[in-house]
Design a protein. Structure first.
Length: 315
């Protein structure tokens, strides 16, 4: 078991510890181990037992054991781990770094931050391990399936500052997407829709009422066979799955979208059909320096190769 000196509560392999306050309980619980098993029933006792044995549950830098008594008022730390996490075999690239920001080119299939079944194989964990900076945090989000430019703040203060740009719609965002070509729509097309949570809960749908999302859509390139088109999408709002829902609403679902128009789950290690959506450019006036900043992804959506792929017709 690691010593308390080794288990200092700091970041490990890019993973920062989670904090948990131990409240006053109506019924007595003998140990912290028993409380954790009770509080997090989706995590098996064997999994918690393994974390204790590996020194991954601590209080003020001291490793706790399965027998450590429950004490109201303590704040403990624990590290998340997964017994079997699928390796994502694609690399990110740091486009730019200064005192406040990391601008990163994210590959497809890489989740931005630890959640659910992804902990080690996330962009945030990779960046923390690469830089040694435990304070890095994403300023905005990209879906796991989406590739391209994403901003990370290097300090909590910087995160607040740059998040205001997104809240105030002061960021110019440009995406590329491959979807069916259309002769039914007149482009450029300005689309405003009211989006709300759908079913399943992790999807979105077009609801009722005033629009809360807006995207400007225009074609960039038509494939030689005329079936597919690379579109430029410029959202002025940033709702979850906004671009995917907007394109699906037009009958132009983005190619290889596993949520829209219907949910189709794939195996975690199936990297054969990346969603054809790319956050291509971000530009904004830096709120700290006053400079105009513009960042572009080196990834490209290859329309002609996609069009000639026999699997392009399906998800």
């Amino acid at each position: 078991m690691p010593s308390s000196q080794q288990a200092d509560g700091l970041m490990r392999q890019g993973i920062s510890p989670s904090k948990l306050y131990l409240p006053k309980l109506a019924q007595t619980v003998p140990t912290i181990f028993a409380y954790l098993c009770q509080k997090f029933p989706h995590i098996t006792p064997d999994e918690w037992r393994g974390r204790f044995e590996q020194g991954l549950v601590l209080h003020e830098g001291k490793v706790l054991t399965q027998d450590s008594p429950y004490q109201h008022g303590l704040t403990i730390s624990y590290y998340r781990q997964l017994a079997c996490e699928t390796i994502v075999p694609f690399a990110h690239r740091i486009i730019c770094e200064n005192d406040e920001l990391l601008v990163v080119d994210k590959p497809h299939f890489l989740t931005v931050a630890p959640a659910g079944r992804y902990v080690q194989q996330t962009l945030l964990t990779r960046l923390k391990a690469q830089t040694g900076n435990a304070n890095i945090s994403p300023v905005h989000r990209l879906d796991r399936e989406t590739a391209g430019v994403i901003l990370f703040a290097k300090t909590p203060k910087a995160r607040t500052t740059y998040q205001k740009l997104f809240a105030n719609h002061a960021i110019d965002k440009c995406y590329h997407a491959i979807a069916p070509a259309s002769e039914q729509h007149h482009f450029p097309l300005s689309l405003a829709l009211p989006l709300e949570r759908g079913e399943p809960f992790y999807t979105m749908k077009v609801g009722q009422g005033e629009p809360n999302t807006h995207t400007l859509i225009e074609p960039l390139q038509i494939s030689r066979d005329g079936k597919w088109c690379k579109y430029q999408l410029r959202p002025t709002t940033g709702k979850l799955h906004q671009l995917r829902v907007h394109m699906n609403y037009l009958g132009l679902a983005i190619c290889h979208d596993s949520f829209y128009p219907v949910v189709r789950h794939r195996a975690d290690d199936d990297f054969s059909k990346p969603l054809q959506l790319l956050a291509k450019r971000l530009s904004f006036v830096d709120p700290i320096t006053g400079e105009m900043m513009r960042f572009e992804s080196e990834f490209e959506l290859d329309l002609e190769n996609f069009s000639s792929d026999k699997s392009a017709d399906g998800l």
